[in-house]
Design a protein around this ligand. Sequence first.
Ligand SMILES: NC(=O)c1ccc[n+]([C@@H]2O[C@H](COP(=O)([O-])OP(=O)(O)OC[C@H]3O[C@@H](n4cnc5c(N)ncnc54)[C@H](O)[C@@H]3O)[C@@H](O)[C@H]2O)c1
Length: 368
Amino acid sequence: MPSPVRVAIVGVGAVADYHHVPGIRIDPRAELVAICDPNEGLLQQRQTDWGPTKFVTDYEKIASDPDIDAVIIATPNFTHLPITIACLEGGKHVMCEKPLGLNFQEAARMFRAARDRNLRHMTAFTYRFAPSMRYLRHLLTSGSLGTPRHFRSQRFLDWPETSWGWRQYKETAGAGDLFDMTIHRIDFAHDLFGPIKSVCGAVAQFTPRDKTESGEACKPSEVDDWSALIGQFANGAVGVWEGSTVMKGHHNDGFGFEWAEINGSDGSAVYQLTDPNHILVGRSGGSMEKIAVPTKFLAPTGSPRDPQEGVPSTVFRYDLVWEFVSAIVEGRDAVPGFDDGALAQAVADAVLVSNDTRQWVDINADLG
Ligand SMILES: NC(=O)c1ccc[n+]([C@@H]2O[C@H](COP(=O)([O-])OP(=O)(O)OC[C@H]3O[C@@H](n4cnc5c(N)ncnc54)[C@H](O)[C@@H]3O)[C@@H](O)[C@H]2O)c1
């Protein structure tokens, strides 16, 4: 592998700017060499903001460029499958945004395509990298909380009720809050408790989103503004998840309200996105107490990030690129991989089936 790893970004919108580019910038093993987006105005703007790189409007040019080693795909959901397959066929390692595809079948196909070519693959499940989440996982796996019994996740955002653009149509997004927000929480529940085997889910739409931010009429939303599920894990524990993007008073400078809680036979522990360098811990007979995440969990070993720098709820996201590049350099699997992306997708798909059929749905996620 040439050093540094030559990275291209396909889709130069909000998330690429928010954490992928800063992640590349702080990793001396990585170099941003090319960007791709059909929006030429934005492409030009990014050249100014991010510095000069190759720039193209057609992702096939990225896929076939011999001077690119790895690609970060940060485009609307419906494009993840074709762009990923093209880049893998061009021999690139790929980190793709969540949701990996529009359904489990797409995501599983992406996994098989990467695995069968022995290329590194990663799903950008950001919140696994929060220091508090990493510490929660340690407490659980080291047995400090006893036998895992119960998981709870609540994620509320207070976003405008105007058009969500591509995010509000089934053809381009697949689903709303469920695929945008709750899928992250399904993933970190998998990481903490192991696979979910059965779910009962529901979704609801609260707002038509039939106007753009500037007040022009647009095609109304087809997707959920609220998603919820209860689930049974294969290990015998149970979980409950709820999320919405239109909960008033939960703005919190854009970070919203997020609470994830694990309850074991010996103790309970809580992660909150607004305070990711602390957790709450409680023991039987006592009360929940706030404790600092120990230094060794503030960033993964070897991460170039200084955990004392920046806004805590933002900067842990830079470790996504660090993990992707580490997997490439070390020739090992990246975590979370496309397999994790596909397994979370299977659960999210099952929530929609459960909502439609009004029944519990068993998860059948054969990756092939
Ligand atoms: N991991 C996270 O925490 C997180 C956060 C936000 C968004 N996301 C995910 O990232 C993806 C992008 O979200 P966003 O908020 O940046 O959206 P965005 O709309 O701001 O940006 C998407 C960009 O992709 C470009 N694009 C569309 N089709 C393309 C194509 N064929 N080739 C190249 N570029 C193309 C668009 O022009 C746009 O600039 C989505 O899948 C979303 O779910 C993940």
